[in-house]
Design a protein. Sequence first.
Length: 307
Amino acid sequence: MHYPWQLNQWRQLSSQIDKDRLPHAMLLSGPKYIGKYQFSLTLAQRMLCESPIGGYACGSCKQCHLVTANSHPDLLMVKPEEEGKAIRIDLIRALGEFANKTAQQGGWKIALIYPAEAMNLNSANALLKNLEEPNAKTLLLLVSHEPARLSATIRSRCRMVKFPIPADLEVRNWLSQVVGPQEDVGQLLEFSEGRPLLALQLLETDWLEQRRSLDGLLDDLVAHRSTPLAIAEKCLANDPLMTIDWLYSRVASDLRYGRTAVSPRLMFRYLDRLIQAKKLMQSSSNPNIQLLWEELLLNWQLLYIVK
């Protein structure tokens, strides 16, 4: 099933399915950790189901069992071999062969590309042929956290389905039911920037404690109880991209709730610097992460003591 905050998108697509107007390719876009991938699987199972009930997959037919067991021959999952790696061209070529074959179960063929922005240039160019020359009863689902990283040509050949961050009250109600009254739902929402699945992951891993620890270190830095060098060394022990995201989240939250006397212009400038630092970490230039963290933390300290 889809999540409660995805009801409007589900109704829209269900109507198109009922009217046989579903496009051959869709781009499901929105921030990470809001359930786009789960939505795409729910949609795929609905399309492959033999006897849908009330607009949803029945969950009990042969096709549903094959989807649940990750063994449906007419459902192709296209992902990087390792998280953070590129989707290579041979995987897209295999998708092309899959699309050209007759469905083994006599129904739809569905290919799910996740995350779509992981395709390199050659992979993206190879996908264009499938987008420009669609096969009958073949559905391409591209799931993307960063659709701007996809070429305009690919975006223009897909029907965009947007998944914004859900309303605060909707997420708060859902989280309260899932995690129980013992958890600080307000803090989870702040730390996850309103992304419900990230809030859950914070609880299910040690990320919540890591995030609280980072906030404490940043407070120590502002109060001169520690130094940028000392905290940079501690930051190196965590995932650098995740920590950059947390630092961005902290600044954005402080800006949103007016928890600093610094001018918004300086805060936004620092947010831009964090974006540049993240891109540098993701690049192939092999930056000195230690020095990068020291610079970011020194700027943080200066930012919060400027009057």
